[in-house]
Design a protein around this ligand. Structure first.
Ligand SMILES: Cc1cc2nc3c(=O)[nH]c(=O)nc-3n(C[C@H](O)[C@H](O)[C@H](O)COP(=O)(O)OP(=O)(O)OC[C@H]3O[C@@H](n4cnc5c(N)ncnc54)[C@H](O)[C@@H]3O)c2cc1C
Length: 229
């Protein structure tokens, strides 16, 4: 399902740093953006950081939502009231310390010259934003699944892309990225990036495969099981 590493991307050593919250911003009822001091952390767009907790079983991964050249690190997270880490992230204030390790992950752009079709649910749009902020000439088609218009995070930044919002609470006709993917004309020679709920990634991979997309052109980053909530 997942293709190989991009050989042109140099490996970056992982560092653990004490950093500081610069801003915490609600983008919707459940979507929050946290801005952190960068502390010379380098990364390739699509990579992750781990936020550490006093209890290591509560360490959690977040895709870096800011761009490679941005002055700060940003993450986009969904606040889960019963969630062990996000219920504490949402209380962070500017000036609070955060310990993190970065960068991790392989969900990076394999070939920036190819068209990219990015399929995301919820906060799975974070790496797509980093892709675009890091590579201004990308040819991007975006399918973003969200519950409500407020959860279409960063939509205004995607105006120069082929942007397809899909609202699952749209009445009377709920919209799903997986349904749209069955009929949407696909750019030739594209690479496909799927990020968010496991169920979407499973369904979208099946659809793409049935449409003749080779598995080596599909890259995936699962965040969570939707059905558990
Ligand atoms: C590689 C990777 C990258 C990730 N990047 C992000 C990111 O950029 N933004 C982000 O919000 N999350 C991301 N996650 C999920 C994140 O690591 C945490 O699992 C999430 O924030 C919940 O942590 P918690 O301790 O608050 O909840 P927990 O107490 O661990 O669990 C709460 C429940 O919420 C579900 N859940 C977890 N994440 C989400 C989500 N985003 N939306 C809906 N339900 C969810 C889980 O399945 C679980 O049932 C990523 C996960 C992985 C594996």
């Amino acid at each position: 399902m997942t293709g190989g590493d991009n050989p042109t991307l140099a490996p970056i050593p992982v560092r653990t740093v004490e950093t500081t919250v610069l801003a915490s911003r609600a983008l919707s009822d459940t979507g929050f953006e946290l801005t952190l001091e960068r502390r010379d952390i380098h990364f390739h767009a699509g990579m992750l950081l781990t936020i550490h907790s006093p209890d290591p079983t509560e360490d959690r991964d977040y895709t870096i939502a800011s761009g490679e050249q941005d002055p700060h690190l940003q993450i986009l997270y969904r606040y889960i009231p019963t969630g062990r880490l996000t219920s504490r992230l949402v209380q962070l204030q500017p000036g609070n310390p955060v310990r993190l390790s970065a960068p991790y992950g392989r969900f990076v752009i394999q070939d920036p010259r190819r068209p990219i079709v990015f399929v995301a649910t919820g906060t799975g749009i974070a790496p797509c934003r980093s892709f675009l902020r890091s590579h201004s000439t990308l040819q991007l088609t975006i399918l973003h699944g969200a519950r409500t218009p407020q959860d279409l995070f960063y939509a205004s930044e995607f105006s120069r892309c082929q942007y397809h919002p899909c609202l699952s609470r749209h009445t009377p006709n709920p919209q799903y990225v997986t349904s749209l993917l069955q009929s949407l004309p696909l750019p030739p020679n594209a690479h496909f990036y799927l990020c968010g709920a496991y169920e979407m990634i499973f369904d979208a991979t099946q659809t793409l495969t049935s449409r003749g997309i080779p598995p080596t052109h599909i890259f995936t980053e699962p965040y969570y099981y939707h059905s558990i909530l």
